[in-house]
Ligand binder design. Structure first.
Ligand code: HEM
Length: 418
C-alpha cells in the first residue's frame, strides 16, 4: 500500500523540511532585525519572502505530500488519478515558490508577477490531480469532503495571490489590492489549512489512538462554521463590508475551532491506546490552544475593535495561528507520519522474516516532546515580545524558536537514515 505511493509524498516532505530549515537558519542569521521590522510592518519584501517560504515552501509543501499520501489510503488504496502528473506538479510548484520567494526578497516586481503565476499553475495541477481522484472514487465522507474543501480554498488563495503578484508588476487593480489581501489570508490561512488539518485529524487521531465508535456529528458543524467563517471573512474584505461582518466571520471561525477541540476530546475518550505518543498529544493541546485564542478574540474584538485590527495584534494573531497551530500541528503529526511511512517503506516487507527496528525505535518520543515543548514555550516568549514591544523578548523568543525548530527538523530528518 505505502510503497506504491511513497516516493511522491517523500519528495514533498523532504523539500518541505529543507524549506523549514532554511527559514529557521535565515531567522537565526538576523533574528532581532527581522522580527523588529516584521512586528512594526509585516508588508515589506523580506517579510513577504519569509512568510511564503514558511506557508508555501514548508507548510503547503508538507500538506501537499500528506494529501498525496492520505487520499489513496482514505479511498481504500485507490490509485491517484496520475502519479506522473504529481511529479510534474511538484516541479512546477517548487520552481514557482522558489522564484516567488526570491522575487519578494529582491523586491523585483516582474519576478514576483511571473512566479506568482507559476505557483498558481502548480496549485491548479495539484487541484486537478486530487479533484479527479476524489471525483472518480465518489466516496464522500468528512475526510474526503474536507480535503476537497481545503484544496478548493488553496486555489482561491492562490488566485488572489496571483492577482496581487500581477498587480505588483502591472498595477492593474489600484486600491482593490488591499481587499484581495484580506481575502487571500482568509482563503489561505483559514480555508486551506483549516479544512485540511481538521479533516485529516478525523483520520489520523482515531488511527493513532485506536479509537472506535466515537460520535461524528460535530464534524459537520465544524465544517459548516468554518465554511461560513471563511466566506464571510473573505467577502467582507472584497466588498468592503462594515466591521460587524468581520466580527461574524471571526465568531463563526472561533465556533468551528471550539467544536473541533471538543470533538478531538470525544475521539480521545473513545481511545483504546492510552499512550499514542507526544505528537498526537500535542496536536490536541494545540487545538485547545487555537480554540481558546479565537474564542477570546470574539469578545475582545467586540469591545476593542481598533486594537484587534491594528498591525501589532494582526502580527500576534498571525504568528499564533500560522506558526502556533498550523506549523505546530504539522510538526507534531510529522513525528508520527514520517517514522510510520519510512518504516513501512523500508522494513514493512521484511518484518517478521528478519530482525528489523521497531516503529518506536525510529524516533525518540521523549525528544519529540521536549522539543515541541521548547518550541511552544519560545513562541509564547516571542509573542509576549511583540505584545510588549520588547526587542529583548523578541530576540530571545525568536532565537530559541529557530534553534529548537532546527533541532526538531534534524530529529525528523534523522528518521530517513534509520
Ligand atoms: C499562489 C500562491 C500565492 C501567491 C502567488 C501569493 C502572493 C502573495 C502576495 C503578492 C502577497 C503580498 C500582498 C501585499 O501585502 O500587498 C501575499 C501576502 C501574504 N500571503 Fe500569499 N501568496 C500565495 C499563497 C499563500 C498561501 C497559501 C498562504 C497561506 C496562508 C499565504 C499567506 C500570505 C501571508 C500571511 C501574507 C502576508 C505577508 C506579509 O504581509 O508579510 N499566501 N501573498
Amino acid at each position: 500500500m505505502v510503497s506504491r505511493v511513497s516516493r511522491l509524498p517523500f519528495l514533498f516532505f523532504l523539500t518541505g523540511l529543507a524549506s523549514f530549515a532554511v527559514f529557521q537558519a535565515w531567522s537565526l542569521a538576523d533574528v532581532s532585525a527581522w522580527l523588529a521590522a516584521f512586528s512594526e510592518e509585516p508588508r515589506y519584501p523580506s517579510g513577504w519572502s519569509r512568510a511564503h517560504l514558511f506557508v508555501l515552501g514548508w507548510a503547503t509543501m508538507i500538506a501537499m505530500g500528506a494529501v498525496y499520501q492520505l487520499v489513496p489510503v482514505v479511498l481504500q488504496n485507490r490509485q491517484l488519478f496520475s502519479r506522473k502528473l504529481g511529479y510534474a506538479q511538484y516541479a512546477v510548484f517548487a520552481t514557482g515558490f522558489a522564484g516567488l520567494v526570491a522575487g519578494f526578497r529582491a523586491a523585483d516586481v516582474k519576478t514576483v508577477g511571473l512566479f506568482a503565476s507559476v505557483v498558481f499553475a502548480g496549485i491548479l495541477l495539484f487541484a486537478f490531480n486530487i479533484g479527479a481522484t476524489l471525483i472518480a472514487a465518489n466516496a464522500w465522507n468528512s475526510v474526503t469532503a474536507g480535503c476537497a474543501a481545503a484544496v478548493f480554498h488553496l486555489v482561491m488563495a492562490g488566485a488572489a495571490g496571483m492577482l496581487m503578484g500581477l498587480n505588483f508588476a502591472f498595477e492593474w487593480w489600484g486600491a482593490f489590492h488591499d481587499r484581495l489581501l484580506g481575502a487571500h489570508l482568509w482563503f489561505g490561512a483559514a480555508g486551506w489549512f483549516g479544512f485540511l488539518i481538521t479533516s485529516f485529524s478525523y483520520k489520523l487521531l482515531p488511527m493513532f489512538h485506536l479509537s472506535h465508535g466515537h460520535p461524528e456529528t460535530l464534524q459537520r458543524f465544524v465544517a459548516g462554521f468554518l465554511l461560513t467563517g471563511v466566506w464571510t471573512g473573505a467577502l467582507s474584505f472584497l466588498l468592503n463590508a462594515p466591521a460587524w461582518c468581520h466580527w461574524i466571520a471571526l465568531s463563526c471561525t472561533a465556533a468551528a475551532f471550539v467544536l473541533y477541540a471538543v470533538h478531538l476530546a470525544q475521539i480521545h475518550r473513545f481511545r483504546h491506546k492510552p499512550m499514542p505518543g507526544a505528537g498526537i498529544r500535542w496536536s490536541r493541546h494545540l487545538a485547545i490552544g487555537i480554540a481558546t485564542v479565537t474564542a477570546l478574540l470574539v469578545p475582545l474584538s467586540a469591545a476593542f475593535p481598533d486594537a484587534v485590527l491594528g498591525t501589532r495584534m494582526a502580527v500576534i494573531i498571525g504568528w499564533l495561528y500560522l506558526w502556533g497551530w498550523v506549523g505546530g500541528t504539522i510538526l507534531a503529526y510529522l513525528s508520527k507520519i514520517i517514522p510510520f511511512l519510512w518504516w513501512t517503506h523500508k522494513y514493512g516487507s521484511r518484518a517478521g522474516r528478519e530482525k528489523v527496528p521497531t516503529m518506536a525505535e525510529m524516533i525518540d518520543d521523549r525528544k519529540v516532546n521536549a522539543l515541541l515543548s521548547a518550541i511552544v514555550a519560545s513562541l509564547f516568549v516571542l509573542v509576549a515580545g511583540f505584545g510588549w514591544n520588547s526587542p529583548l523578548l523578541q530576540t530571545l523568543g525568536g532565537t530559541l524558536l529557530a534553534a529548537g525548530s532546527l533541532f526538531y527538523a534534524g530529529l525528523l530528518a534523522a528518521v530517513f537514515a534509520k
